[in-house]
Write a protein that binds this ligand. Sequence first.
Ligand SMILES: *Cc1c(COP(=O)(O)O)cnc(C)c1O
Length: 359
Amino acid sequence: MSRPSRVVIDKQALKHNFKHIQALAPHSKIMAIIKADAYGHGLVRVARTLSDADAFGVACLEEAEQLRIASITTPIVLLEGPHKATDLNDIVKLNLDIVLHNEFQLDILEQSKLDEPLHVWVKIDTGMHRLGFPLSKTDEVLKRVADCKNIKKPYRLMTHLATANEDSHPLTQQQLENFKQFCGDIDVEKTIANSAAVIGLPETHAEWIRPGLMLYGVSPMSDSHAEQIGLKPVMTLESELISIQKLEKGEPVGYGATWRCPEDMPVGVVAAGYGDGFPRHAESGTPVLVNGVRCALIGRASMDMLTIDLRNQPEARIGDRVVLWGESLPVEEIARHADTIPYELLCGVHKRLEFIERE
Ligand SMILES: *Cc1c(COP(=O)(O)O)cnc(C)c1O
């Protein structure tokens, strides 16, 4: 491929992060969350690398099907459950577990004739108010679950936290209290923790944890980055310098002429842009690494190109390597400069890029 932009996936880093998670929650089974093409890292690639996971969590049937076609036999949990009655046949065929989170799903489960009963995670809404049965309905729901022939027993229980990534937000304790009260002495397997809770709330680990972002070596906390918590970035987005200009003091750079040279200086052009998934809203000053040295993005990101202040790297030449995030440049930092979250940047890397696996 002549275009020099590429995504490097470090499989050792992925394995390292998984082991690190095991060490943080030694008594919990791990449902590795690999929805959204494994947060942009490649669904099947990540599933094959994480062969020790106890289960995989995906968002939709198409993702689950891709895994089964690739001969992945690990349990797979459909995190949104069935969307319509005919999904149930595919769920049985692909041997999937489901999250059961509303009455519509319970209705279609009760009304269907399935060859096999399904493993079900009953999801309780303890305060996030996205998916889950409301606390006021749970007695009635659990009775119907117990009576439903299409649900394998024992069922399992689940909830999801809205504010686990924020230090001591009052909603977190409220949700945990609600879940504890609701569970009472129901003796089934439970799961609460996403990455933020795996890291910051050990009391939420329970029988299963559900890490996503941290698998990929990224911190879910707004005030830290991965290295500080023992994780290694898995994805590096990199490209090369394709042009260098010497500009004079006062000359503008890029669309809208939003940035002007404060002095005579070298400006480099990198062959990557928002068409590759680099955020267009990244501000001037967003760091990039040129030959491993920190330089700054200047002016607006274009579709296929970025302009870089090369005053820190005056010897840089055409063809030199530029890292946009990943190794030695946390994606958390880029997200902060682009007014977004690392999740969005990772999921948004474009499939037109060449993906290279590092063993
Ligand atoms: C995406 C998701 C997770 C993983 O969240 P991270 O913040 O990436 O760890 C866990 N549980 C559910 C239900 C999810 O949808």
